[in-house]
Design a protein around this ligand. Sequence first.
Ligand code: ZN
Length: 168
Amino acid sequence: MGSHADRPEPPEYAFDRFLWMMANAARWKCPTCGERPLFIPWYKVRSLQDWFMPLDGCPRCGYPYEREPGYFLLSIFAINYGAGALLGLFIYLVLDFWLRFPIWLVLTLTIIPMPIFNFFFARHSKAFFLAFDLFFDPHSGGDDDGDQRSDSPVPPPKRPGFEPIGKA
Ligand SMILES: [Zn+2]
């Protein structure tokens, strides 16, 4: 089969493809074409929104990153907090059973890094979630609109206040 010259083709075998998608996710790249970044580059981040929210879709292959509103909530709970909890547990075990720090110090050193970790891991958790979701629930080509993100109906534009209220 001829592969496109201009883009790396996703690997054929499921396991290879899975690894390929995970590798893309770890580098914040599009799970479909593996090219464009999922997020605004870190040096252009000006707000929390910039940091946490992915782009609307891949500028290259057009894959919509957020399939529906609230799509990424699950990624926060399932991946980010899960990974944070594992990290906290690991730190706790090391400090308590290996280094035998006093309990107040163990708790301080366990609890403080977790929100920091969650903050910096938020992008990865979204990227991995996107890749997992696409792998286990792949989109079928472009001919099926059922799964496409449907934009909510645009509210009618506000009418300018031409009609004064209460005028007889
Ligand atoms: Zn793409």
